[in-house]
Write a protein that binds this ligand. Structure first.
Ligand SMILES: Cc1cc2nc3c(=O)[nH]c(=O)nc-3n(C[C@H](O)[C@H](O)[C@H](O)COP(=O)(O)O)c2cc1C
Length: 175
């Protein structure tokens, strides 16, 4: 399934009142999607359920972004990021994503859920070149070292702005 879609330059923009929701098991296999998810991505429910969430991974997204996500989730914390996703027809859409551990009554992590909404234009403008640089770093450093080095680049960028990663996310959300 993965990588069969050729990305195009067609952008799908979310409306202010549209929220894209999905749930996964602990490995990122999709267990639930809402209607807006299907409408925006162009996939039907049977095409999504039971499938790895990377089905909508866009090649413009650096691996480091997802490495950082999984590291944060594995610490039991929620994660925020600006993400460019790939539709079934090759179009793309930007989201401001929140991913949270789904914890059962015994305190065990049984999966994750994600709610995404329309990002600010300022966020897309800031993150696009940053992700491009991260991708370049990953290409130069190779699969093993790449994600770690690109995460370091992301942290360096945050430091240059005198912000933590989360502060950067919120600053861009209010920009
Ligand atoms: C709840 C949840 C939501 C996710 N949402 C997305 C998403 O919208 N887009 C995406 O590319 N990956 C998403 N992921 C991450 C994917 O599972 C995967 O780690 C990522 O696409 C990188 O895939 P790859 O390592 O196979 O390249 C999500 C993971 C979880 C647990």
């Amino acid at each position: 399934m993965k990588n069969r879609v050729s990305p195009s330059n067609n952008e799908v923009r979310l409306r202010d009142d549209e929220f894209i929701v999905s749930k996964t098991d602990t490995r990122g296999i999709i267990t639930y999607v809402n209607r807006i998810f299907m409408q925006i991505s162009g996939y039907s429910e049977p095409e999504l359920l039971g499938v790895q969430h990377n089905i909508i991974r866009h090649p413009d997204m650096p691996r480091g972004a997802f490495r950082l996500m999984w590291e944060t989730l594995n610490r039991g914390e929620e994660f925020f990021a600006y993400v460019k996703n790939l539709c079934k027809d090759g179009s793309y859409y930007w989201v401001m994503a929140n991913v949270t551990p789904d914890i059962n009554a015994d305190g065990k992590v049984v999966g994750y859920y994600s709610v995404r909404r329309k990002p600010t234009d300022a966020a897309i403008k800031a993150v696009t070149p940053l992700y491009r640089e991260m991708l370049q770093i990953e290409a130069a450093a190779g699969a093993k070292q790449g994600p770690e080095r690109s995460i370091e680049h992301l942290h360096q960028f945050c430091r240059s702005q005198n912000m933590s990663y989360e502060e950067l996310i919120w600053a861009l959300d209010n920009a």
